[in-house]
Design a protein around this ligand. Structure first.
Ligand code: 4NP
Length: 172
């Protein structure tokens, strides 16, 4: 990847209505706080297609809104083979998502795939599916995503991407 290119990141969960829209929103917020929006293209998708075309779950919209992030414009879609060509990095929110993506990945493209929490912090951990739980689960997911991305201005996730960008190294 050339230094001036944009880096593209796809956050992936099961339904693309709870976790990955939150990750997309939080990451976009971080990128904007760094004034780095020209350098990143951020999107999200689900491994399943049940919610195709639907806005995020109201509980994700609400928790994001409480933290100043607007998810209302997002619409769910299913991940495709082309996503492995279009995105530099695909981050699965849990290990099932990563396994599904690994099975879908064209040969030679698995290096673009990682678990969100492991990639962000070095510690492999699932971001738990909050769909069948209560509002607290959504707040917990939000906090986990926000904490994975760091705190204050030293957002680990963004810094890691920015380091990769500056060094000209994209994941495989
Ligand atoms: P997500 O949560 O993967 O974080 O979007 C889910 C949303 C919907 C379903 C499962 C998980 N569902 O079974 O419909």
């Amino acid at each position: 990847m050339m230094q001036n290119e944009r880096m593209s990141i796809l956050f992936v969960c099961l339904g693309n209505i709870c976790r990955s829209p939150l990750a997309e929103g939080v990451f976009r917020d971080i990128v904007e706080a760094h004034g780095a929006q020209e350098r990143f293209f951020v999107d999200s998708a689900g491994t399943g297609n049940w919610h195709q075309g639907k806005p995020p779950d109201r509980r994700s919209v609400d928790v994001a809104g409480r933290h100043g992030i607007d998810l209302t414009g997002l619409r769910a879609r299913q991940v495709t083979h082309q996503d492995f060509e279009r995105f530099d990095l695909l981050l699965g929110m849990d290990s099932d998502n990563v396994a599904t993506l690994a099975a879908l990945a064209p040969p030679g493209r698995r290096g673009r795939l990682a678990q969100f929490h492991e990639f962000s912090t070095g510690v492999p951990r699932d971001v738990p599916d909050p769909y069948y739980g209560n509002e607290d689960g959504f707040e917990a997911v939000y906090r986990m995503i926000r904490a994975s991305a760091g705190s204050g201005k030293t957002f680990q996730l963004t810094n890691r991407f920015i380091r990769l960008l500056l060094s000209g190294q994209a994941p495989e």
